[in-house]
Design a protein around this ligand. Structure first.
Ligand code: NAP
Ligand code: ZN
Length: 349
C-alpha cells in the first residue's frame, strides 16, 4: 500500500485537519499522480458538513485535481512519466451499461466518485484530492495541456465540465440569449463558455459588487436578481438559463424569463428542496425545467482541449492547505473570486 496524507473532515462540525491513510499500489492499468493543485468545489463543503446526508467520515474532499504522472502500470498506454494529468469527479464506472457505452459514465449506477464513494479496491471509501497523491485507472485520467496555468486548469475538472456539458447539450450558441444564475465557481465558468460559444450572456447575481467582474468574464448584461424591475425587463426572452445556485430559492422568477420552449437547467444542489415551482409557469410557454450532472470523461477531455485552444481557464485564488477552513467560510458568504485552488506544495506530511 502507498502511505498517503491529506486533509479530512473527521465529522460535520469541526475544521478539516491532517489525515494519514493508504492508497492502493498502482495496478497494470493505473496511473499514480502527484497532486499539484486541487480546486475547492461547493460540493466539497456540502459533503464535509454532511449536508447531503451521505458522507462517510473521515472524508477527504477534492475532485478538481491537476498533477504530475509519477508512475504508470505495465498496461498503461496513454500516459507517461512527467505528463500533466487531471482527475475530476469520477474514478471508475461499470464500463458496459448503456450509459458507459454512450460515454455518459456519470449516470452509470456503479460510478465510483473521486471521494466518499465505496472503493472496490480497499473496501472502504475513496479519498479525494486534498491530498499528496492519487491512484486512478487510466480511463478516468485526463490529459492536461502544458499551454495553460495548471493551477487555473484544476477547476475545469468539475466547475468547467458541469457548465460546459449542459451548454453543449442544449446547443447554446450564436443568436441565443442565455442566462447564468450565480457568479461562483460554476457560474463564472458558465459565463466564459456561453460567451465563447457565441451566445448573448446575461448574468443573474445577488452580489451587485460582482458586476464589473461579470462583464470582464464575458457577460453582456448583469441583472441583480433581487430587483423585480430589472427582472421584469427580461420576461419571456431567454432561450436557456443555467442555474448554479447552491441554496434553495424561488425558481419561478427565472422560469418566467424563458421564452416559449425555453429550458432552465439546474446544476446547483442545495441541501434543502427549492420551493416547488408554479406548474402554470411551465405549461404556459411549454417551458422545461431540467438538471445536469458533471459530464462524461470523453466530453471532459473535449472541454479541456477546447479550453487549451481558446485559452480558457478559471479565475482563481491560490491558497495554502491549512487555509481551507477559512475558504469554506468565505464560500458560504459568496465571497469567492471565483474558485479557491489549494497549492498542494503547502500540504505537510
Ligand atoms: P459557489 O462557488 O459557492 O457559487 C454559488 C453562487 O451562487 C454564489 O457565489 C452566489 O453567486 C450564488 N448564491 C449563493 N447563495 C445564494 C442564494 N441564497 N440565492 C441566490 N444566489 C446565491 O458554488 P459552486 O462551487 O459554483 O457550486 C454551486 C452548486 O453546484 C453547489 O450546490 C454544488 O454542490 C453544485 N454542483 C453541482 C454539480 C453537478 O454536477 N450538477 C457539480 C458541481 C457542483 P452571486 O454572488 O453571484 O449571487
Ligand atoms: Zn465539484
Amino acid at each position: 500500500m502507498l502511505k498517503s496524507y491529506g486533509y479530512a473532515a473527521y465529522n460535520p462540525q469541526t475544521p478539516l485537519r491532517s489525515f494519514h491513510f493508504e492508497r492502493r499500489q498502482p495496478g497494470p492499468t493505473d496511473v499514480l499522480i502527484q497532486i499539484l493543485y486541487c480546486g475547492v468545489c461547493h460540493s466539497d463543503l456540502h459533503q464535509a458538513r454532511n449536508e447531503w446526508k451521505a458522507s462517510t467520515f473521515p472524508i477527504v474532499p477534492g475532485h478538481e485535481i491537476v498533477g504530475k504522472v509519477i508512475e504508470v502500470g505495465s498496461a498503461v498506454s496513454s500516459f507517461k512519466l512527467g505528463d500533466l494529468a487531471g482527475v475530476g469527479c469520477m474514478v471508475d464506472s461499470c464500463g458496459v451499461c448503456p450509459d458507459c457505452q454512450d460515454h455518459q459514465e456519470q449516470f452509470c449506477e456503479q460510478t465510483v466518485f473521486t471521494y466518499n464513494s465505496p472503493d472496490k479496491h480497499s473496501g472502504k471509501v475513496t479519498y479525494g484530492g486534498y491530498s499528496n497523491q492519487i491512484v486512478v485507472d487510466q480511463n478516468f485520467v485526463l490529459h492536461v495541456s502544458a499551454k495553460l496555468d495548471p493551477a487555473a486548469v484544476a477547476p475545469l475538472l468539475c466547475a468547467g465540465i458541469t457548465t460546459y456539458s449542459p451548454l453543449r447539450h442544449w446547443k447554446v450558441g450564436k443568436g441565443q440569449k442565455v442566462g447564468i444564475v450565480g457568479l461562483g465557481g460554476l457560474g463564472h465558468m458558465g459565463v466564459k463558455f456561453a460567451h465563447a460559444f457565441g451566445a448573448e450572456v446575461v448574468l443573474f447575481t445577488t452580489s451587485p459588487d460582482k458586476e464589473a467582474d461579470a462583464r470582464r468574464l464575458g457577460a453582456d448584461e448583469v441583472v441583480i436578481s433581487k430587483d423585480p424591475e430589472q427582472m421584469a425587463q427580461h420576461l419571456r426572452s431567454f432561450d436557456f438559463i443555467l442555474n448554479t445556485v447552491a441554496a434553495p430559492h424561488d425558481l419561478d422568477q427565472y422560469l418566467s424569463l424563458l421564452k416559449r420552449d425555453g429550458t432552465m437547467c439546474l446544476v446547483g444542489m442545495p441541501d434543502q428542496p427549492h420551493p416547488s415551482p408554479n406548474v402554470g409557469n411551465l405549461i404556459a410557454q411549454r417551458r422545461a425545467l431540467a438538471g445536469s450532472l458533471i459530464g462524461g470523461i470523453k466530453e471532459t477531455q473535449e472541454m479541456l482541449d477546447f479550453c487549451a485552444e481558446h485559452n480558457i481557464v478559471s479565475d482563481i485564488e491560490l491558497i495554502a492547505m491549512p487555509a481551507i477552513n477559512d475558504a469554506f467560510q468565505r464560500m458560504l458568504k459568496s465571497d469567492v473570486k471565483y474558485r479557491f485552488v489549494i497549492d498542494m506544495a503547502t500540504l505537510q506530511g
